[in-house]
Design a protein around this ligand. Structure first.
Ligand code: FPP
Length: 238
C-alpha cells in the first residue's frame, strides 16, 4: 500500500460485529451472515489498498467465541479455510502479507496449516498487512505478555525495576505492528469487547450503525474521512 498522508490512518482495526443479526433479519442461518461478512473482509482489504492503509487488523474470533454452539464454530473455521483458499490470488495481486494475532494453537489443525501456509507464502510482501485476530482477546494477550516478562525476570534476564511500557509493548503478540490509529466497530454496539486493550489507548474510535456484512467500501471511506477530521492530541495541548 502506498505512502500515507497524516489524514490516512496507518493502521485500522475493526470489530466485525453483526453477522448473526444480519442473517436473522433475513430469516437465514447465522453462518450465512458470516459468509456475507467474508465478502466485507475482501472489500475492506481492497479498500485499504486503495486508500494507502498499511495495516488492517480484523477481530475474526475471540477467546470468548469458543462458547458458541459447536456447529457455528465449525462453520466459522470452515469458512476461514475456504476464504484463505479463495483469496490466495488477491493476496498475491495486492501484495498483502497475512499475519495472525492470538492463541493460534487453539485452532483446529487444518486451519492452523492453512494459515501457516498463507503466512509463509506472503511473508515477503510489504505493501500491506492483513492481521487476523483469532482466538484472541486483549486480556489473554496481556496475560501471555506478563507471563513472558515474569519468565525473563526469573531467568535473571530482566530487572523488575526496568519494566516499563516499552517492555510490555515489546511482549505483545505482534510487537513490530504500530498501534491502531483508528478502531471501527460495526452494528452500533459501543463496546471494546476485550479487543487490543493496550494498543487502543490513543486510537480514534468510530462506531458504524450498519451490520458487518453491509459494511463495504463507502462505509470504510466514511470512517477514514471522519478520522481525517479528528484532532489527535495524545495528552498534549494543541
Ligand atoms: C461477530 O458477529 C462476528 C464474528 C464473531 C466472526 C467474524 C467472522 C467473519 C466476518 C467471517 C469471515 C472472517 C474471515 C477473516 C474470512 P456476531 O456473530 O457476533 O453477530 P451478532 O452480534 O449479530 O450475533
Amino acid at each position: 500500500m502506498s505512502d500515507s498522508s497524516p489524514s490516512i490512518p496507518r493502521h485500522v482495526a475493526i470489530i466485525m460485529d453483526g453477522n448473526g443479526r444480519w442473517a436473522k433479519q433475513r430469516g437465514l442461518p447465522r453462518i450465512r451472515g458470516h459468509e456475507a461478512g467474508a465478502e466485507s473482509v475482501r472489500s475492506a482489504v481492497r479498500t485499504c489498498k486503495k486508500l494507502g492503509i498499511k495495516y488492517l487488523t480484523l477481530y475474526a474470533f475471540s477467546t470468548e467465541n469458543w462458547i458458541r454452539p459447536r456447529a457455528e464454530i465449525e462453520g466459522l473455521m470452515g469458512l476461514l479455510r475456504y476464504f484463505l483458499g479463495k483469496e490466495e490470488k488477491e493476496f498475491h495481486e495486492n501484495r498483502v502479507r497475512l499475519r495472525v494475532m492470538g492463541r493460534m494453537r487453539d485452532l483446529p489443525e487444518k486451519v492452523q496449516s492453512a494459515l501457516n501456509r498463507m503466512m509463509e507464502i506472503t511473508a515477503h510482501y510489504d505493501e500491506g498487512q492483513l492481521i487476523l485476530a483469532l482466538s484472541y482477546s486483549g486480556r489473554a494477550e496481556l496475560s501471555d505478555a506478563v507471563r513472558n516478562i515474569a519468565r525473563r525476570v526469573r531467568q535473571g534476564a530482566l530487572e523488575p525495576e526496568k519494566i516499563d511500557e516499552k517492555t510490555i509493548s515489546e511482549s505483545l503478540y505482534l510487537p513490530d505492528v504500530p498501534d491502531p490509529d483508528l478502531m471501527i466497530r460495526t452494528s452500533g454496539e459501543l463496546r471494546l469487547s476485550n479487543f487490543m486493550l493496550w494498543q487502543l489507548s490513543y486510537s480514534e474510535l468510530y462506531f458504524a450503525p450498519v451490520f458487518w456484512p453491509d459494511f463495504r467500501e463507502k462505509d470504510l471511506i466514511a470512517a477514514v474521512e471522519e478520522y481525517g477530521c479528528r484532532q489527535r492530541r495524545f495528552g498534549d495541548v494543541k
